[in-house]
Ligand binder design. Structure first.
Ligand code: ADQ
Length: 495
């Protein structure tokens, strides 16, 4: 079986030195498991900056996964990561045109870093390898690799929404961005809605078409585009709940919420997650239901994210003010309605928190999928499950129809859903949870990963019928790269 090369902006397999599997997300674990299975490589940015880009490749072997990282220079970090990725594509793709920065230097930095990534990765690619590129940071990576003669199958998965046509065209050079996607053999989206929005752009903006076999044709090239809804490792969640860390947190949270029902929110501190709207909805609930005030508390866990970007600093300040106002108005001497924490927790600790919560508020204004919604369901007690309140604008809402679906912009809908969730009888909670769990368990992260990789492998290879232009063989690899493949434990080898 050919090797799998995964490319993502950051690389984070479970590392025993940093707390092992409990310390990383389910996605990282699933990708690491795929790499162990297909004996591949995980390539990306080290997270470090250096005064000048050197292209020095750092190879490490972590728990059976070969990891290759490269440092970026400070300007790269500012223009590519803080700039084009986090100030341009992220807000625009989450429908926040008001926060989108259209700065030419960001676009140049984005292209430059993608080229640098391609140059650094090139010597690691063997002729049979399948390359899987992740997320909006790296859309032009395949274009750069193709320019260097790479003919391997390359797939791309977008973790965030693909926005409506009218939003995409606000982006200067939107055409180049979409054209770059046609250098992939397979383009994966979270939902059919994103897929249709992408197809809509291709058909009406660049007069593309679809073949009878379902391939998209545009820019003189063809690619397959499809929806692959990402999932969580539901079985693993059930397992980690039996562990000591999860049990301890569960017991602590239960002891803390005696006589009260705990509602939980877990999100990176990001404007796409609808945190302000959620808090205003909770405030409405407290105002609407004086009789229930002392019976409910909201635990909002929101680790800081991208805190060098101004929009995130502003959001943080607004949240601090809002929570202070609500707690000031509704707290009693022995009771505070909102508990707010800005730190990260281990996966097993989070599992304990989910299980102790009678309801979860997952109310993003836009979200590619939202794994918290699925993790919450996976962590429930089948005999006494909590209720998921889910935004209609999360990709997950398409699969999780048995949640209480709300419009996150409406404080009344959030308030009503809370009231309904907290008074729901156990028979209805079980019925809803069983349907939700069935889906979360079936369409899990392994199914997602295997479906994508199988679809990518099924694409015609170089020279096969249905392939695009005949592709040249991969350039011969230099000595250093060969040495790397022979001994991945080697560190700091110059590519
Ligand atoms: P995110 O925007 O990060 O992901 P989400 O899908 O909810 O959003 O995933 C967040 C992950 O971080 C979850 O696994 C959660 O457990 C974890 N997490 C959140 N708060 C934490 C905390 N305090 N401590 C530890 N862990 C915490 C992007 C897209 C989503 C898409 C995913 C996967 O924006 O739409 O679902 O990628 O494709």
């Amino acid at each position: 079986m050919s090797r799998l090369i995964i490319v993502s902006n950051r690389v984070n397999p479970p590392n025993p030195a940093e707390g092992g599997e409990g310390s990383v997300g389910g996605l990282a674990m699933a990708l690491a498991a795929a790499l162990r299975e297909y004996s591949g490589i995980w390539f990306g940015w080290s997270g470090k900056t250096v005064p000048e880009f050197t292209g020095q490749l750092n190879m490490q072997r972590i728990e059976g996964v070969t990891v290759a990282t490269v440092d970026l220079e400070e300007t790269d970090y500012q223009e590519y990561y803080n700039g084009y990725a986090n100030k341009t594509l992220w807000p625009l793709f989450h429908y926040r045109v008001d926060l989108t920065a259209y700065d030419r230097s960001f676009g140049e930095g984005y292209d430059r870093v993608n080229k640098r990534f391609a140059e650094t990765l090139l010597p690691l690619i063997e002729p049979d390898d399948v390359v899987w590129v992740h997320d909006y940071h790296l859309i032009p990576l395949a274009r750069e690799l193709r320019r260097m003669g790479v003919t391997n199958r390359i797939g791309f998965f977008l973790h965030i929404p693909w926005p409506a046509h009218q939003l995409v065209v606000t982006l200067p050079r939107h055409r180049q961005l979409v054209e770059a996607l046609f250098d992939y053999d397979l383009i994966g989206f979270q939902t059919v809605e994103s897929l249709e929005a992408f197809e809509g752009y291709v058909f009406s903006e660049v007069q593309g078409s679809k073949t009878a076999a379902g391939e998209l044709v545009a820019f003189g090239r063809r690619a397959r585009a499809a929806a692959f809804p990402i999932g969580v490792d539901a079985q693993d969640f059930a397992e980690i709940l039996k562990g000591e860390a999860a049990m301890k947190v569960y017991d602590r949270m239960m002891a803390h919420s005696v006589f009260r029902k705990m509602v939980v929110g877990v999100d990176r501190l990001d404007y796409s997650k609808g945190l302000e709207e959620r808090l205003i909805g909770f405030e409405r609930f407290l105002a609407d239901h004086p009789d229930l005030r002392r019976e409910v508390m909201l635990l909002q866990i929101a680790p800081l994210s991208r805190d060098q970007v101004e929009a995130y600093q502003d959001l943080r300040a607004r949240l601090d003010g809002l929570i202070g106002r609500i707690n000031g108005a509704y707290a009693e001497m022995d009771f505070t309605p909102i508990r707010y924490v800005n730190r990260s927790y281990r996966r097993d600790e989070l599992a304990g928190v989910y299980r102790a919560s009678k309801a979860a508020l997952v109310t993003p204004l836009r979200d590619g999928m939202n794994l918290v919604a699925k993790e919450y369901v996976a962590a429930q007690d089948p005999e006494d499950p909590g209720v998921l309140i889910l935004s209609r604008f999360a990709g997950a809402a398409r699969q999780m129809k048995d949640a209480l679906i709300v419009n996150p912009n409406s404080p009344e809908e959030i308030s009503d859903a809370l009231e309904r969730a907290l008074s729901m009888d156990v028979a209805e909670r079980k019925r809803r949870w069983e349907a939700l769990f069935d889906n979360v368990n079936r369409e899990d992260v392994t199914a997602w990963r295997d479906d994508f990789v199988a679809a990518l492998r099924a694409r015609p290879g170089p020279g096969e019928a249905g392939a695009d232009v005949p592709k040249a063989p991969v350039k011969s690899l230099d000595v250093a790269a060969k040495a790397l493949r022979a001994g991945p434990e080697a560190t700091a080898v110059r590519a």
